[in-house]
Write a protein that binds this ligand. Sequence first.
Ligand code: KIV
Ligand code: ZN
Length: 513
Amino acid sequence: MRKIEFFDTTLRDGEQSAGINLNTKEKLEIARQLEKYGVSIIEAGFPASSPGDFEAVKLIADTVKNSVVTGLARSIKSDIETSWEALKGGVQPHLHTFIATSPIHMQYKLNKTPEQVIEIAVESVKLAKKYFPLVQWSAEDATRSDKDFLVRIMNEVIKAGATTINIPDTVGYSTPIEYGALFKYLSENVTGIEKVKLSAHCHDDLGMAVANTLAAIENGATQVEGTINGIGERAGNAALEEVAVALHIRNNYYQADSGILLKETKRTSQLVSQLTGVVIQPNKAVVGKNAFAHESGIHQDGMLKNPETYEIITPDLIGDVATELVLGKHSGRHAFFSRAVEMGFQLSEEKLNAAFVAFKKLADRKKEISEEDLFVLLTDQQVKSGEVEVYELEELIIQYENNVPTSTITVKVPSGESIMETCAGSGAVEAIFNTLEKLVKGEVRILEYRVSSVSKGRDALGEAVVNLTYNGLTTTGRNASQDVLKASARAYINAINRQLVNVQIKEQAVVGQ
Ligand code: KIV
Ligand code: ZN
């Protein structure tokens, strides 16, 4: 059976998408889960892009042991050297470097001739090889590049020492037949291609990313790249969980093995959705809420007679276990701790204790604590940064006078001082956001605001996600609470705090230079 390596770029290409900004702890949590899921390579970020990315890539490379950790670098000396500093602690240091090869990118973006592009690519691979045993080279916009130019440049980068060649469909332009044919052509014409790994990297602009990835596998790809839930810039990347399940269910056709632990699919997908704030469309293949829901009478009848009539994938395969009521108000510390372990959480004693306190508080107000509630609660504890919160919500009062909502909010600042403001709005949420804008003393523009229910029932936790710009920088905050107005206020404050912490990291980096 052929082994297909899974290269996950949720933390790089995925994180690059509009509205997502993960902090270091959240990135580490996702990386740990990807390791458990069984991906071969984790692209942890773009180390030269920001001090925050550098710090996260370094922490992930130093922590993860069962997956190779890589980072992206342009064909620039300083990018490659910065990446080495971030990645050198990894078990097998790996670099991913790239340059564009299509006529449109070479002429307008790079302003270079094809010959110059070959020279830059070769020099960057040679430099990378001085540091890294594993070097992946990507031909950005490969599917709109001249095939014979691709052959020439690939001959050269393989000679220079590249260990993986990646052929991205950067703008999601290709079709499965074309993409498969390109893999076949390059496999037959590039010298030394059999000595390197051949990788597929597809974007979903025309909705064909997963189909293109599978076509590449059929035509010689030994590695596939993508993200969890298909997140990514514009229409996103190939959804890795869909590729993994397709290889499993249609093993008779593809005859290839992913090495992915499919039982961890649901958990990986939920974690990425929760931490990025990107909701999964209900009808999404494999991990959508309705992926296993059978509504029509004819289907239900068939399912009762034999589930295989309409169900090609079972929820069990992807770890979607139906555990409705998990714990309640009378559950003790021991039951809580063992449930957390069963759910796969590895929290320190201190974090478990803090999670238990939060659980007890919730159980006082909510009769039944579901798996979804526990997941949110435990993940929140896991990724709590321990850093000083710049603003902390102390009190929120909503009043209606002559049908006009007014909010009075008190926040605590790091000096310990409490400050209070009051504002009206045309709705309670607007009143809260107006008040908070006064408190955080900066210009805030709300780009997106969403509240969704975490579990079922009228006492469900509501999760608020606020995507905003604060003093010109975009950031996202989250919070879950039974009181959705409080969750909304906290999510707003969380976004502001994240932006302030990011600016602090940048300033410290400048001082340290
Ligand atoms: O889509 C793309 O071309 C990329 C490259 C950086 C590999 O993400
Ligand atoms: Zn990409």
